[in-house]
Design a protein around this ligand. Sequence first.
Ligand code: MGD
Ligand code: MGD
Ligand code: MO
Length: 772
Amino acid sequence: MTWSPTTSHWGAYLARRTAAGALEVRPHPEDPAPSPLLGNVPDGVHHPTRVRAPAVRRGWLEDGPGPARRRGREEFIELDWDHALDLVAGELDRVRREHGNEAIFGGSYGWAGAGRFHHAQSQLHRFLNTIGGYTSSRNSYSLGASLVLLPHVVGDADAVLRRASTWPTIAEHTDLLVAFGGLPGKNVSVTPGGVTRHAMAAALRNFGESGLEVVSISPLRDDAPPRFWGRWWPIRPGTDVALMLGLAHTLLVEDRHDRAFLDRYCTGFEVFERYLLGEGDGTPKDARWAAGICGIPATDIRALARRMTEGRTLITVTWSLQRTEHGEQPVWAALALAAMLGQIGLPGGGFGHGYGSIGDVGDPGPLLRLPTLPQGRNPVATFIPVARIADMLLHPGRAYDYNGRRLTYPDIRLVYWAGGNPFHHHQDLARLRRAFGRPDTIVVHEPYWTATARHADIVLPVTTPLEREDIGGGRRDTHLIAMHRVLPPHEQARDDYAIFAALAGRLGVAEAFTEGRTPRQWLEHLYRTWREELRAQGHDVPAFEEFWAAGQYRLPPGPEHVTLLADFRADPERHPLPTPSGRIEIFSSVIAGFGYPDCPGHPAWLPPAERPDRRHPLYLIANQPGTRLHGQGDIGAVSRAAKIAGREPLRIHPDDARERGIADGDIVRVFNDRGACLAGARLSEEVMPGVVQLATGAWFDPVDDPDRPGGVLCVHGNPNVLTADRPTSRLAQGCTGQHALVQVERHTGPLPPLRHPSPPPLRPLRSQEDTP
Ligand SMILES: Nc1nc2c(c(=O)[nH]1)N[C@H]1C(S)=C(S)[C@@H](COP(=O)(O)OP(=O)(O)OC[C@H]3O[C@@H](n4cnc5c(=O)[nH]c(N)nc54)[C@H](O)[C@@H]3O)O[C@H]1N2
Ligand SMILES: Nc1nc2c(c(=O)[nH]1)N[C@H]1C(S)=C(S)[C@@H](COP(=O)(O)OP(=O)(O)OC[C@H]3O[C@@H](n4cnc5c(=O)[nH]c(N)nc54)[C@H](O)[C@@H]3O)O[C@H]1N2
Ligand SMILES: [Mo]
């Protein structure tokens, strides 16, 4: 059988179905550094956790809509499609009539699958817009703090992240890369929407040849690229701001900062200067002060500050640093530090955010708009910052602060999720479970019985990208991929589009939603519209039929060399920044004017709410997994190979393990006051002492905690039972899932069985007549 082209967030690839019905995959032939995550794909295709048929929670079917604490603990009953669609359409209609469209939460955060047309959120939002709108969500879990902070201080995400200095420019011009959070190669095989040539992954893999010096500042040694020249600086988690301030103070008092740059291109340095000198609070933020907080010796801090002024220096911050309490501060402080060096806008110098976080930051690929499904207009203005989901469900009517505004949580009756997994992505899952008990109805579209599907009332089975046709490509992708259908839909799975079209029909808006097009007609339509745009810019783009037959179209290349903010540097009057002052705001009078104690008007060290103590002495790093994409692929071969007795590996320093009588391969219990999970211990010197690391993405597999009445124990190793549902600050209200404080002990006693690899209790499909 022939190989068909397709793509995914971890890269373009070829796939085919074997005679026995299994799936074979191989990397795209032009990919210099294919992602290991591809190895998870074949097992997922017909895994027992695929949702076979529409299913409804028994209590909802029997008692009707209403708050239910039993969500996630009850049997499901399979229904035929017509019956299930009637129930969903009827409930949407009831909620909008009785409570208004604001009572429908359609924020539905999540990565879903690649593919421009079948993008689940776009489909859901378009559908909900045609039926009168929905309460939406803003920003992302990825960049909750930065997306709000950056526009105040330097420009929006598009200006800063999408136009980051490219890797070839850095390799050629940078002498010293000061990498807060390191440059973790594990993350760059992923780009939302896809990537055909993994340029950043290849660059990091061959890093040794670049000759560039790196200071990798991270609690983990292996956040640095392999064979790099430079040093690993282990840092106490959450204290980078103190280190940055210590560096800034040294530059200031040794008069090594670039006053001319600060005068011409920045505002408010004098306020920051007084803060550094401790004029207001009596505490100079000198290297000694910083050392006491971050654990890096003061002499090293001073030496690095000097070294940074000796050549071209790029200061970069991974996204993880802002996924913490006061996560706005490290990003802002790094910007201020780079401004003091005066190299912003010069090739190889300045400020970066997200090298090593994701594949497209630094990738020199083309910067083009790709075909997208129009979502229509949402008549409902109500929204939440995305990570406030549990607060919203638990506290309807409560007022809260966000970016200078006073907002009120709406009263949500119906939650509709397609393409995301809040029981993967949200913090404090025991609290999220309580929150999911509140609405009248929860509808979820999923290919798999994820924890979110298990906590829903109505679960509709959807196809995966391999089971439908689409057009694929990511930001900075070199190719547009014709995603051919490789497999028939699994059992009764339908496309999100087909489901929404059927609901739209029941609610009398079929034409508005579908515009009379089949999926293939939509692909042709979206492609044609996009082709016209590109042709108007002078690009020769083939007709759809030719593109589809070829399986891909190589996009017109972008400039290899890009320097962030080069035009601003060259002429700040003609190219002002989109900030209130048109310059880099080291002091923001707008943010200061909000009066938030947790986000003052300049970068500042703000101690976290929780500090290590005898009960919870270890920092937990809950970072992105190297073996899967979030929860996606956790049932696949690559993810499973890393587990210990089926549990997610927890890396712990041998000294910390010895103190606790833990040996490599032991099952451990990781816990704090919010919850507990089991994990498999991996002793490792890659982790600094006092820190343990447990990646996100092990499917939530909860039981009642035998050691703590009323508590939740995840027997598989999901760190979000431990993280706090606490916002970054009143400014951004971003997610802070990266860190928690925990204790670890050896698990003794019998090992509870894993339930997540099987579907929940299910009563199989019966005909419509005999369902209640
Ligand atoms: N503790 C902690 N938590 C974190 C983070 C952290 O650093 N620490 N990081 C956060 C970050 S940055 C992110 S982005 C989030 C990620 O959180 P999510 O994006 O919610 O995680 P995914 O597992 O990618 O969930 C996508 C879901 O969509 C489903 N899906 C795939 N294709 C389709 C489709 O075509 N249709 C439908 N309907 N569904 C589909 C998949 O099966 C999967 O369950 O996690 C956040 N959570
Ligand atoms: N393989 C794979 N790649 C992915 C993803 C995935 O799920 N799997 N998810 C993608 C997504 S959605 C996103 S948003 C990006 C996220 O990109 P990031 O947020 O940058 O990724 P993380 O792996 O969470 O964190 C990067 C590193 O920061 C370090 N770190 C944590 N806390 C601190 C700290 O306080 N100080 C310092 N100096 N370092 C710290 C950790 O050791 C960690 O390995 O990754 C993307 N890439
Ligand atoms: Mo993310």
